[in-house]
Structure formats: C-alpha cells, structure tokens
Design a protein around this ligand. Structure first.
Ligand code: CP
Ligand code: NVA
Length: 330
C-alpha cells in the first residue's frame, strides 16, 4: 500500500479503500504477532502521543494508552478538567477554538502524534490545520472513524471477508453511523439503515456516502423500518440513543426511539448467522440482554479490536510498516 506517514486520521472519507484495508491488515498482523504469538514488538520506542479529551471515554482512552505502550511508546492524557475543554456551550466556542489552535502549536513541539475527542468536528479540523504532527480523531459529534475500523476488523475475523456482507444499522443517525456509512461505501459493504423520523443521518454525509457507494457497488437502503432493515442482514449494529452531550434530551429520545429496541422478535427476518455489534457504552433500552450477552454478540471482541486498530493507525501515521502475516480477505 501507499505510505500513510504524516497523514491525519479524522474521517474515513479521506482514505481510499486500499488505505482502510492497510490499517485493517496491520491491525490483524499486530494482533497475531503480539497477542497470538506473544511477540514483543516496539517499533514506536521513544515516540509519544498526546491525548486531549473534551468528553469522557473508556475504550478510546484505554486502547490508545495501552496500545501506545505495547508498541514501545508513551501516551499522556489530558481530560476536560485538565484543560478547560469541558465547556460545550456555544458562547465558549471562539475561546475554545483558539485554545485548540494553541494546543496544536504547543503539542507539535512535544509529541509525535495527537489524538483528540471533541464536540465539534471543526475543532479537529483546526487541530489538523495548525499541528505539524498527525492528528487522530477519538470521536466528534459528527464522526468516529476509529470505531469503524474496529467494527470491520471484528466482522472480518468472524466472517472471513467484508465485501458483500450486509450490515443493518438500527437506531440514531449519529457519529458512529456516519463513519459506518463512509466505511461501507468505500469497502463495498451493503448497509441498511433504519432511523426514527427526525433522527436521520446528516444529509451531506448521506449524499457523499451514496455517491461513493454508487462507484463501489455497495447497496445502501436508507429508511425508518427496522424490520425491513434487518432482513437478511449479517450484522446488526446499534449505539446508544443518547450520545454524549445529549443528556438533556434523554426523555424525549427514549420516547422517540420506541420500537427501535433490538430484540429477538425484531431479528426474526435477519440472516441465518447474524452477529451483533455495539460500540459501547450500552444502555438497556437499545438492545435486550438476551442479545447483548448472547453467543451472537461480538461486542467484547469489538472492544478489544479498538486497541489493535488504533495501534495500526498510530504506527502507519508515524512510520512505514509492512505486515509480516498474509493479507486477510476483505
Ligand atoms: N466506543 C467508544 O468510543 O467508547 P468510549 O466512549 O468509552 O471511548
Ligand atoms: N454516539 C456515542 C458514541 C460513544 C462511543 C456518543 O457520541 O456518545
């Protein structure tokens, strides 16, 4: 594959299918080398990552800190309390914006790479514009590209391929769905979407993704009927109905999402061997326990794969890498 050194990782939109496959191949290669074969592999010895988080996190923070350590590097974390990034109010916006500008310049001097979790995608754009080091998105209100690498890695491990699989997304038209749409469009994975009225994905992203899907042959079905969406699906995917920053809308959202809970009855028409994915954190409303904790649920493998995939991203943005294990089928 082509070199990805020095690139930013803030949307899958900016990557070719081959680039995405390269990240996934490397993630699987690192997992095989370091987990299955117990190899100690420290290509990032002496390298540092700055993590700046405007919102809370379990998986993104842990996977990055632990993954960086495994590769021989070091990550340093700053949360909202540390850097006054917690404020999400509109009035703080311009002040925050200049804060990100300053961060970009300061961190460029100290760290080799920066991963940021933010409210507005424009903060990531600002970081990427001003920083001379690669910037990785750890989630924004709009996108969560790292999550989709982990989801694809998990589906590839389970099914042995990706192209031609059919994914059903039942739930909110949120950041995870947006990145899933880009990912599926690029890799030729079919996607059925069912979102309640008023919770459709961003129209610009939808238009964009449909255009890409038209070229790669990915079939997209955008609608609001969960039963239609799960028909013959290989993977059922959802997320919380109340994302970070939407806590005040909780009551209304739970009401508006009635009928979108993933349960056995809804999945009657799914494919014979469907699996379930959820990026976590999970709330009871969106999926029943008998699915979340079932054999068909790959959520723990999916969470683990957050680490191998972010390791692959950090590695490729920092230096060239060629996997030693054969490329999986995508
Ligand atoms: N899936 C995910 O990004 O989880 P965290 O919010 O815990 O990082
Ligand atoms: N949509 C969720 C994803 C959490 C990983 C949120 O933005 O809070």
């Amino acid at each position: 594959g082509r070199s990805l050194v020095g690139r930013d990782f803030i949307s899958l939109k900016h990557f070719r299918a081959d680039d995405i496959k390269q990240f996934l191949w490397t993630a699987k290669d690192l997992k095989t080398r370091m987990k299955d074969n117990g190899e100690i592999f420290q290509p990032l010895k002496g390298k540092t990552a700055a993590l700046i988080f405007q919102k809370r996190s379990t998986r993104t923070r842990m996977s990055t800190e632990l993954g960086m350590a495994k590769l021989g590097g070091h990550a340093a974390f700053m949360g909202p309390e540390d850097v006054h990034l917690g404020a999400s109010q509109e009035s703080f916006c311009s002040k925050l914006f200049s804060l990100f500008n300053i961060f970009a310049r300061v961190l460029s001097g100290m760290a080799d790479i920066v991963l940021a979790r933010v409210y507005g995608q424009d903060f990531l754009d600002e970081l990427a514009n001003e920083a001379s080091i690669p910037v990785i998105s750890g989630l924004s209100d709009l996108l969560h590209p790292l999550q989709i690498l982990a989801d694809f890695m998990t589906l590839q491990e389970h099914f042995g391929y990706l192209r031609g699989l059919k994914i059903a997304w039942i739930g909110d038209g949120n950041n995870i769905l947006h990145s899933l749409m880009y990912g599926c469009a690029k890799l030729g994975v079919d996607l059925n979407v069912a979102t309640p009225a008023g919770y459709e994905p961003d129209p610009n992203i939808t238009e964009d993704a449909l255009k890409i899907a038209g070229k790669t042959g990915a079939n997209f079905l955008m609608g609001s009927d969960p039963v239609q969406a799960v028909y013959r699906a290989d993977a059922i995917v959802t997320d919380t109905w109340v994302s970070m920053g939407q806590e005040e809308e909780k009551k209304k959202r739970i009401k508006d999402f009635a009928g979108y809970q993933i349960n056995r009855k809804m999945l009657k028409e799914a494919g014979g061997n469907w699996v379930f994915l959820h990026c976590l954190p999970r709330k009871q409303e969106e999926v029943t326990d008998d699915i979340f904790y079932s054999e068909e649920s790959l959520v723990w493998q999916e969470a683990e794969n957050r680490m191998w995939t972010v390791m692959a991203v950090m590695l490729h943005l920092l230096q060239p890498y060629t996997p030693i294990n054969p490329m999986p089928k995508f």
